[in-house]
Design a protein around this ligand. Structure first.
Ligand SMILES: NC(=O)c1ccc[n+]([C@@H]2O[C@H](COP(=O)([O-])OP(=O)(O)OC[C@H]3O[C@@H](n4cnc5c(N)ncnc54)[C@H](O)[C@@H]3O)[C@@H](O)[C@H]2O)c1
Ligand SMILES: NC(=O)c1ccc[n+]([C@@H]2O[C@H](COP(=O)([O-])OP(=O)(O)OC[C@H]3O[C@@H](n4cnc5c(N)ncnc54)[C@H](O)[C@@H]3O)[C@@H](O)[C@H]2O)c1
Lengths: 207, 207
């Protein structure tokens, strides 16, 4: 298993390489990729050795080849299908944004308890009753879940996702989830981020 | 200046203490707070010593007293006023959520370039033309900014915020901002979080 930190850097390298490819750059040296990624050149070389990619240091790495290789490590062949639970304000913003944006991760179904939302199609994604999560997860091959329900509902939404067989959860509710250790959780805590900015922006916590 | 990690833990302690206060709990021992916060008890005691709070370990800490003390450290007396730049899908979801939610951080104005959005009031917050950011920042006493514009516009939005005098930025655009070192930046990268979940949810990156 590749460590968490390495995966984060690979995601950064991929995003940078995609930009290089769009700008027509054919090859890139490890020290140039390192500068763009704000890491040391030795870190880039160590990461690429860890994933088994050998470029010729004298000519640099082929941008497209490295890009494809990293995508092979990061992505699931055939793509990843996600369910979004809680099609409220934040959930709908996420659906609009991710609709068709990624070739490997697709939000294929949304789920809610609000009868005004169930049955709607939001940014190309149909919203079902949460009761149907188990059946739809099997039907669509859903393996990850996005939790955008109110804090008080987050644990039950997560439990329903795990029950439906997901192995990864992206949680936006500001509560820690108690989940089986074999399910991978990433927490995005927007409120905490805002509070941190507000604190360090104060004059006396000056630099 | 209190280290970044300590501030993150204080934000966690405050959230937990708020919940305890709501549930009518009067005092709490450091080891109980530590358990809730998923840290070691010695870490809680060290953090509270660092901010100069002395409770009596034998009776525990007074919940309300500790809560008020931590808020005094974290918050700006008189509150923090924020500007949101880019009142699109994500921006509007943030405005709806933070409207009146916090007593110390308030989004007091939004800014956009889209004439269909400028002039609207979204969740109690008026949207102005980005050209007015400087004048309005002075008028409202805005000290932090939230960037929810497209990636290609993020640097110019951040520059406009810094020009208008903000000292902290919460950036949702998936690009690193090049900003003066005395402006504090927190990056929330939803796309990276989703890609990480998708990777670790794969069967073969198994646990
Ligand atoms: N909107 C933001 O900018 C923001 C910021 C910080 C944190 N958050 C967090 O994100 C989450 C969503 O926030 P929001 O602003 O979109 O809230 P919201 O109230 O607009 O949306 C919540 C949605 O979840 C649905 N729901 C409730 N219980 C459910 C259940 N058991 N199963 C399925 N659906 C259920 C509701 O019907 C609603 O559509 C919250 O936990 C909130 O704390 C949001
Ligand atoms: N929506 C999401 O769930 C999501 C997920 C991941 C990342 N993001 C990032 O968040 C940002 C916002 O995403 P969104 O989905 O809300 O996009 P959006 O297109 O819905 O909204 C962007 C808004 O910014 C405004 N704008 C453009 N240039 C501007 C400028 N120079 N000054 C002020 N306003 C300007 C537009 O008029 C629009 O209202 C993007 O950078 C996106 O990459 C969003």
């Amino acid at each position: 298993k590749i460590p968490d930190r390495t995966i984060e850097r690979l995601i950064t390298y991929r995003r940078l390489l995609q930009k290089q490819a769009v700008e027509g750059v054919i090859s890139i040296y490890s020290h140039d990729l390192a500068t763009l990624a704000h890491v040391k050149p030795v870190q880039v070389r160590r990461d690429l050795m860890e994933i088994g990619f050998s470029g010729s240091p004298s000519k640099g790495y082929g941008v497209q080849g490295l890009l494809d290789y990293i995508s092979g490590i990061l992505d699931m062949p055939g793509g990843t299908k996600a369910a979004l639970v809680g099609a409220g304000n934040l959930g709908r913003a996420l659906l609009s944004y991710f609709n068709g944006r990624s070739s490997t991760i697709n939000v294929v179904a949304a789920f809610d308890v609000d009868t005004n939302i169930i049955g709607r199609v939001i940014a190309g994604c149909r919203c079902y009753d949460i009761q149907e999560l188990g059946a739809r997860a099997k039907e669509f091959g859903i393996t990850i879940g996005i939790v955008t329900v109110p804090a008080t509902q987050a644990q039950s939404a997560a439990d329903a996702l795990v029950e439906a067989g997901v192995t990864g959860i992206l949680n936006f509710a500001p509560v820690p989830l108690r989940i089986r250790p074999d399910v991978y959780i990433v927490q995005v805590d927007i409120t905490r981020a805002l509070e941190k900015v507000a604190h360090f922006a104060k004059p006396q916590s000056a630099k």
